[in-house]
Design a protein around this ligand. Structure first.
Ligand SMILES: Cc1cc2nc3c(=O)[nH]c(=O)nc-3n(C[C@H](O)[C@H](O)[C@H](O)COP(=O)(O)O)c2cc1C
Ligand SMILES: [Mn+2]
Length: 489
């Protein structure tokens, strides 16, 4: 495990890999920065590091696309963030995230102080508009301070501390309004405070060591501390420091720390925002609780990471897609489903989950009941509840190879009998294909596309893959590979 201890270390490593583009001309936080970041995803450029932001005091910086995909180096930002070999494949990343479930949780270690305490603004000195908060997409409901930071909250009985990512919008100089979704852990813990009629202490840690956002975006089970899961994953604890004004702790090397309380009663409109689905819904959003800020602390020359969500591929598809895949792989193995691997293709914007099963199973009878069982497990679980469409396919197909996946899906899914429908499931209302009634009820039909072959002909007559790797016998393949240069290629 090649752990990086801070965002600074991460940025330095990215610089040495040619994965950072420093932007030294002045850039406007109002739309310009968001548009640049979005174009960086679309061109898969190095991550932009904005060094001068209009109207913001010198030194405050923004890092766009912190875990974006790179045209030159593929998933290197993700591999580096997770301490894995730089050429780690999506499948290796998913295995690493899933197998941390078997490790013992290591709780964070409280240390006296850390770089995040270099500057402190307390009470009346807090002014969130001094921070380089971008107005990202044309049509967003406001400026988003948080798109990649970790929100820390604790249950009133202090037994569970949750670290998660949710978007948070600027509301005033000292107030924010955050998306608090009831079935997410932030929403579950908020309900407990609300039931007591008490404000919920929170802290937002932005610009943490790069593994932290990954696990903050991972749908672990209720009552599981993400900090301990990260400790288990790394094999050592994360150092945390006490907050100034609330009884919570944050990673010591955080770039910016925003502390305060969430009102049990007061709300404001949050949203809309350009979403991971690849759409911005005008008029979207909802009333959400107000976060009142009591302290801001930050490193010297702090760096705020920013995601410009939208059409793939951005961090919702890489970070969230990979961690949901990892969680579902773990859950399917726990349920003794004969899974080889799970993968949410980045380009599907988390709408397709591909589940592969051993190829011999692929020709077995009863694949429809296997497809039904798969849908029951996936759609019932919280992590699978986000997914509308599942593809069940033999593990001769590499689900991370889009060319192969498209071919196999197109040729193996029967239009009449290949779909197992699951009506009236909980759905995320922001999915673009839902009609008005489905959106309102947040319920709709989900599907498992069964791409396992029918079992109605003898094995020797089953269609064979006609690729170089699959159709030609071994000695011919070896001869061709050995002669490749001699042919003149
Ligand atoms: C970049 C990014 C942005 C996200 N934004 C939100 C959001 O605004 N609201 C939300 O409920 N989940 C959001 N998520 C997904 C949650 O972080 C994820 O489901 C996580 O499991 C929630 O934490 P929890 O399991 O402790 O509830 C986002 C994930 C990523 C990677
Ligand atoms: Mn959680």
């Amino acid at each position: 495990m090649n752990r990086l201890h801070s965002l600074r270390e991460y940025v330095e490593r990215l610089q040495s890999l040619g994965e950072i583009q420093e932007v030294d001309i002045e850039v406007d936080w109002n739309l310009e920065m968001g548009a640049v970041i979005r174009r960086c995803y679309e061109l898969q450029t190095p991550a932009p590091l904005f060094n001068r932001i209009k109207g913001i005091e010198p030194g405050f910086r923004v890092l766009g696309a912190p875990a974006g995909v790179s045209k030159k180096n593929g998933l290197v930002r993700i591999a580096l963030s997770l301490g894995l070999p730089l050429d780690a494949s999506a499948q290796q990343i998913i295995e690493a995230l899933a197998s941390a479930h078997r490790k013992t949780s290591i709780p964070p270690r409280r240390v006296a102080t850390g770089p995040c305490k270099e500057n402190k603004l307390l009470g009346g000195a807090v002014d969130l508009e001094r921070l380089p908060v971008p107005y990202i997409h044309d049509g967003d409901g406001g400026r988003y301070l948080n798109t990649w930071g970790t929100i820390v909250v604790r249950t009133p009985n202090s037994r569970w501390t949750n670290w998660s990512i949710t978007r948070i919008m600027l509301h005033g100089k000292r107030t924010l309004v955050g998306a608090v979704i009831p079935r997410q852990h932030l929403g579950i813990i908020f309900q407990q405070w609300k039931a007591l009629g008490q404000p919920m202490p929170f802290v937002l840690a932005s610009g943490t060591e790069p593994v932290i956002p990954f696990v903050s975006g991972m749908p672990l089970d209720e009552n599981v501390d993400e900090a301990g899961y990260i400790g288990g994953y790394l094999g050592e604890p994360i150092d945390v420091v006490d907050c100034e004004t609330v009884d919570l702790q944050v990673p010591a090397t955080s770039e910016m720390v925003i502390e305060g309380t969430v009102s049990p009663t007061e709300t404001a409109w949050e949203g809309p925002m350009g979403e991971y689905s690849g759409y911005l819904s005008p008029g979207g959003g909802m009333p959400s609780p107000i976060f009142t800020v009591s302290a801001v602390t930050y490193r010297n020359n702090p760096i705020l990471p920013v995601i410009a969500a939208g059409e793939p591929i951005e961090e919702n598809h890489t970070c969230w897609g990979l961690t949901v895949s990892a969680q579902l792989l773990w859950e399917l193995r726990q349920a003794e489903f004969p899974v080889t691997t799970c993968f949410i293709p980045f380009q599907s914007a988390a709408h397709w989950l591909v589940v592969t099963v051993p190829a011999p199973l692929a020709g077995a009878a009863g694949s429809e009941s296997l497809a039904r069982r798969l849908g029951e497990i996936v759609f019932r679980s919280r992590s699978g509840s986000f997914i509308p469409k599942v593809i069940l396919i033999g593990d001769d197909v590499d689900p991370t190879n889009l060319d192969e996946l498209v071919w196999a899906f197109a040729t193996r899914n029967h239009p009449a009998t290949g779909q197992v429908l699951f009506p009236d499931q909980k759905v995320l209302p922001l999915v673009a294909f839902l009609n008005a009634d489905e959106r309102k009820a947040a319920r709709g039909t989900k599907v498992v596309y069964n791409c396992l072959p029918p079992n109605d002909r003898p094995a020797e007559e089953m269609p064979r893959r006609s690729s170089f790797r699959h159709l030609w016998r071994q000695e011919v393949q070896e001869k061709v590979l050995a002669n490749w240069k001699r042919y003149g290629f």
